[in-house]
Design a protein around this ligand. Structure first.
Ligand code: CAA
Length: 264
């Protein structure tokens, strides 16, 4: 029998050799605040160290996998120094997902935007509901992706589409994401969790050492030069906190009005 354990921000369910971690902040569309990402990192660590867990599913709620990092936590950061001090441990939690030695499957329903898209991209596989929407809208709020989006998205879908998304905030539907190679399966909303768990169970039944080696080998191709790219992205991300446009963009979101950017 699956056992459910409720930590406030992330629900953890064990179903045989599969751990299902569910982001649980639906009213804020699972905005990835520091408490949410801390809870996720702790749940992931438990799943990593538990020898009986062979595959991990990461899910959100029907309306949103996650609508990004929490803009409210970032909007008033005074400059690049303060942003780096406040956010470096936070952003490192996305890297932790990317470095998980066990297979990880994102089950995406609804919005996967900004840090939410980056969290899905940090997983090995993405299974999408027909309702899924992927995007990196950071430029619309005066910043850029800061949790790996510029790097992993470019590797996943190629330069042209990644540039289109990162420079304009263009969103992809589930079908577009499938055609672009961002996701590997699209299913009806009601079938999403079963499909992701079924996939995880199939992986969990295979030879564990071979699965681990397969993941490490494929990651060596997919993640080539990833660290240098992530460092470059993160440096540029922090520097945007020295600009007035970052304050304007994030405050405008919080105040539910369009931003007025000045290039300063
Ligand atoms: N941070 C904080 N709160 C968020 C949020 C976020 N990223 N996304 C949504 N919310 C909150 C809203 O503020 C709102 O809260 P209230 O009910 O208290 O007002 C609630 O979730 C519901 O959102 P909306 O009312 O905006 O719902 P909508 O259906 O009108 O729009 C949406 C949905 C298009 C996803 C819109 O919420 C949106 O654009 N969200 C922000 C997307 C974004 O810019 N993400 C990038 C964040 S920056 C980032 O992630 C940096 C990085 O790389 C690490």
């Amino acid at each position: 029998m699956p056992a459910a354990e409720s930590a406030a921000e992330v629900l953890v369910e064990r179903d045989g050799a599969v751990a299902v971690l569910t982001l649980n902040r639906p009213k804020a569309l699972n905005a990835l605040s520091v408490p949410v990402m801390k809870a996720l990192a702790a749940a992931l660590e438990s799943a990593e160290t538990d020898e009986a867990v062979r595959a991990i599913v990461l899910a959100g709620s029907p309306r949103a996998f996650a609508a990004g990092a929490d803009i409210g936590e970032m909007k008033d950061l005074a400059g690049s120094g303060e942003a780096e001090a406040a956010l470096s441990e936070h952003l490192a939690r996305w890297d932790k997902v990317g470095r998980c030695p066990k297979p990880t499957i994102a089950a995406v329903s609804g919005f996967a935007l900004g840090g939410g898209c980056e969290l899905a991209l940090a997983c090995d596989l993405i299974v999408a509901s027909e309702t899924a929407v992927f995007g990196q809208p950071e430029v619309q709020i005066g910043v850029i992706p800061g949790a790996g989006g510029t790097q992993r998205l470019t590797k996943a879908v190629g330069k042209a589409l990644a540039m289109d998304m990162v420079l304009t905030g263009r969103r992809l539907t589930a079908r577009e994401a499938l055609a672009a190679g961002l996701v590997s399966r699209v299913v009806a909303p009601e079938a999403l969790l079963d499909e992701a768990k079924g996939l995880a169970r199939r992986i969990a039944e295979l030879a564990p050492l071979a699965v681990r080696a397969a993941k490490a080998a494929a990651a060596a191709a997919a993640d080539r030069q990833l660290d240098a790219g992530l460092a470059r992205e993160r440096g540029l991300f922090y520097r945007l906190f020295d600009t007035a446009d970052q304050k304007e963009g994030m405050r405008a979101f919080a105040e539910k009005r369009p931003p007025l950017f000045k290039g300063k």
